[in-house]
Design a protein around this ligand. Structure first.
Ligand code: C2O
Ligand code: CU
Ligand code: CU
Length: 491
């Protein structure tokens, strides 16, 4: 692509970026359809150092420059790298210390999304790290094998800082999952995929705008990045691959499928392994959510992981578009295989994890959260916007609670709760789909939907460092769709 094409294309892309036609690969923003020939970047693993179960990790938030588009440098933020961060890898039972040095020119934070730890270590908006400073949280890994992640949670600047690159993955291992025979050779048959949509200015810099439109719908880009790769290609020499997928986008919702509609098995959700593998041909993933999929791709085959259109309860195509769900398909990742090991592949284990049964009528405290989005006002929870000085809820440490989310707005909201991994009890009174019955920390609430979840609050958070609950559409979050709660012993 020459410079003129790029400029022209960028002008095209400078308008409202919600139309799916603007995606690179469907011809549009960058004029030429992309070829999916770039080697998929695999983020480096960080296993830390230390003795026995003590692991020390060092991260630095820094400025970088990335060549997403040939011939152009994009100023980015990265964590110990130019864009995104390494994969932190630790085991259940480890005592982890992470030193986070802020080498940016602006304050930031690092939040361990989905990791169960005390509020003091959580890295929310109260834990700002000034430029030049180091923050050193220490905590126990106290949850099962799973893929969590970390990202900036800076006050009013989460959307922009994550967009620029302040995010990374956090993989937790345990003995139980090691024994299941799942693909687990990192970068070989165990592949992390961070899905992000971005848009660019004509000089190659990221285009992050948080105007009225974005505060309503969230920021939607027109170029897909996977692990920071534009037009990614993965070549595998194994038939069976496990993909650990994070929707790390600010606002876009994906309905993932393979172009030939081949079935795959979902083995894990946000909080870890499902009770048993669930066979699917598509899976919806909202911002903040993770899913682990196992798929078989035989030698000689070429398949594309795609977004495919999905129907939205209660909303037509227009509504789906405002809501960050594209009405047209687009390619995300090209996969080719030269595997020769396809005969004799064992079936996945029937049992992956033992999950506590879902109670039919939860006891204990229940709370209701009404979600709304209004022109001029912005996004609210129970009519209120986030206030750092206000504690919205007080939960008793060790208690189980039922939280009900009622969506009165015309768009979907992926609601996330800090400090817990919860279970989805119901969607509009019905049992959630099998693949939503495992542990989760983020759940998508469609327009007019009522979703109930059950959570055990077993880590503490004081009023000085409370936990957050919020919409993971980052423009909604920055726009005020967030609240705070403490988890403490009864006084
Ligand atoms: Cu992933 Cu409060 O965030
Ligand atoms: Cu979180
Ligand atoms: Cu929202």
């Amino acid at each position: 692509m020459d410079r003129r094409t790029f400029l022209k294309a960028s002008v095209l892309g400078a308008g409202v970026a919600t139309a799916p036609m603007l995606f690179l690969n469907t011809g549009g923003a960058f004029a030429a359809p992309i070829s999916f020939n770039a080697d998929l970047k695999i983020p480096p693993l960080l296993e830390g150092w230390g003795e026995q179960n003590n692991r020390v990790f060092e991260l630095s938030l820094q400025n970088g420059s990335s060549a997403f588009v040939p011939g152009y440098q994009t100023p980015t933020f990265g964590i110990s790298g130019a864009y995104l961060g390494p994969v932190i890898r630790a085991r259940k039972g480890d005592r982890v210390t992470i030193s986070v040095r802020n080498q940016l020119e602006e304050p930031s934070t690092l939040h361990w999304h989905g990791v169960k730890l005390p509020g003091e270590m959580d890295g929310g908006p109260h834990q700002s790290i000034a430029p030049g400073e180091i923050w050193r949280p220490e905590f126990m890994i106290d949850q099962p094998a799973s893929m969590q992640w970390y990202h900036s949670h800076a006050w009013h600047r989460t959307g922009e800082q994550v967009f620029k690159g302040l995010a990374g993955l956090f993989i937790i291992d345990d003995d139980q999952s090691d024994g299941l025979g799942l693909p687990n050779e990192y970068g070989v048959d165990d592949i992390p995929l961070v899905l992000q949509d971005r848009s660019f200015n004509r000089d190659g810099s990221f285009r992050y705008v948080a105007g009225m439109h974005q505060r309503m719908a969230g920021l939607l880009g027109n170029v897909m990045l996977v692990n920071g790769t534009v037009g990614p290609h993965l070549h595998t020499s194994k038939t069976r691959t496990r993909f650990r997928i994070l929707n790390g986008s600010n606002a876009r919702i994906y309905n993932l499928a393979f172009d030939d509609q081949r079935p795959f098995q979902q083995i894990a959700s946000d909080g870890g392994l499902l009770a048993e593998p669930v066979t699917l041909s598509r899976i919806r993933l909202a911002p903040g959510e993770r899913a682990e999929l196992v798929v078989d791709i035989k030698g000689g085959e070429e398949v594309f992981l795609q977004h495919q259109p999905m129907s939205v309860p209660g909303g037509g195509m227009m509504m789906a578009m405002t809501a960050g769900i594209d009405a047209a398909a687009f390619d995300i990742l090209r996969i080719t295989s030269s595997a020769t090991d396809s005969s004799g592949l064992p079936a996945l284990p029937r049992r992956l994890a033992t999950l506590p049964p879902l109670p039919s009528s939860p006891r204990g405290v229940s709370r209701q959260f009404v979600l709304d989005t209004q022109m001029m006002v912005g996004s609210t929870i129970n009519g209120k916007q986030m206030n750092l000085q206000r504690i919205d809820h007080k939960v008793v440490l060790g208690e189980e609670e039922m939280w009900e989310f009622v969506n009165r707005s015309p768009m979907p909201h992926p609601m996330h709760i800090h400090g817990v991994q919860f279970r989805v009890l119901s969607r509009n009174g019905h049992l959630p789909a099998k693949n939503e019955q495992g542990f989760k920390d983020t759940v998508l609430i469609h327009a007019d939907e009522v979703v109930r979840i059950l959570a055990s609050f077993d880590h503490p958070a004081s009023s000085r460092f409370p936990y957050m609950f919020h919409c993971h559409n980052l423009e909604h979050e920055d726009g005020g769709m967030m609240g705070q709660f403490t988890v403490e012993h009864l006084a």
